[in-house]
Write a protein that binds this ligand. Structure first.
Ligand SMILES: [Zn+2]
Length: 266
């Protein structure tokens, strides 16, 4: 399973530590591995037993890309290809939604029969052309279909270089579109949209757990193309090495909260 590190603090314990003398060195921060593609993690604080909902505010395509890289780093190339493809699909949906948002409209892809990926890609290419006057070749979007089919139907295991090539083509596609968004769509419009997705995520969880005493916290622990200034020209391997380095540091401090809770209950 693909996971990524999340870094958060128990607000309850921190408040207590701050109001109590001599607790300056108390650490109530945790680094744990999360496996949820929507970016949600539900944990119990090992100290105060309060439920903490950690919401990773990164967009879904960013989380999928992060997980694809993590799989690549553990030599699970087939899973890495699937996650890269999922990231691309999620990105395409994100851009369609953004273009509709700019027009002040909402277009439900699923309700309107644009659920299959080839239809969605067609819709994307047309919308993109109408908005930016720029052509994206559909073949570019379909380029991974053969690779995926070979893996699923013919049991072919992808080679490392094939994943790198696929990763590079996806990143080039992302960078091209993100550059267009940043140059042609007013900053306040796309930032408002990105924030509305993030806020929507938090509101959903607040709503879900509204009857329970929980802390809902937000973090942005993945590749973040919009709110942080990520240098938008790194190739797949460079991005992998950056994340590998980050992970090495995080892994040292990461905590197995499950094990900690089990130990506490004994
Ligand atoms: Zn706590």
């Amino acid at each position: 399973m693909a996971g990524y590190y999340l870094n958060f603090t128990c607000l309850n314990c921190n408040e207590k530590a701050l109001s109590t003398k001599g607790c300056e060195n108390e650490i109530n921060s945790y680094i744990v591995k999360n496996y949820d593609m929507d970016g949600m993690l539900q944990v119990v604080c090992p100290k105060c037993n309060e439920i903490i909902i950690v919401v990773n505010q990164c967009l879904q395509f960013e989380i999928c890309l992060q997980c694809a890289i993590e799989r690549f780093l553990t030599n699970d190339y087939a899973e890495s290809v699937f996650l890269l493809a999922k990231s691309k699909e999620s990105f395409v949906e994100f851009v369609i939604d953004l273009l509709c948002y700019e027009k002040g409209k909402k277009f439900d892809l699923y309700k309107n029969g644009v659920h299959r990926s080839e239809r969605r890609y067609g819709f994307f290419v047309a919308s993109y052309f109408m908005r930016f006057g720029d052509i994206i070749n559909m073949r570019l979007l379909d380029s991974d279909a053969k690779l995926r089919n070979d893996i699923i139907h013919n049991g072919v295991y992808p080679k490392k270089q094939q994943v790198i090539d696929f990763g590079n083509s996806i990143l080039q596609f992302f960078y091209k579109v993100i550059d267009k968004i940043k140059s042609d769509i007013p900053t306040d419009v796309y930032m408002r949209y990105v924030h509305s997705i993030k806020q929507g995520k938090i509101d959903t969880y607040k709503q879900t757990f509204k009857d329970k005493k929980v802390q809902v916290q937000t973090v942005s622990d993945a590749i973040d193309f919009f709110t942080r200034n990520i240098d938008c020209d790194e190739g797949f391997e460079k991005l992998c090495s950056i994340i590998e380095e980050d992970n090495r540091m995080l892994a040292v401090h990461s905590i197995d909260l499950e094990a900690l809770n089990r130990k506490r209950r004994q």
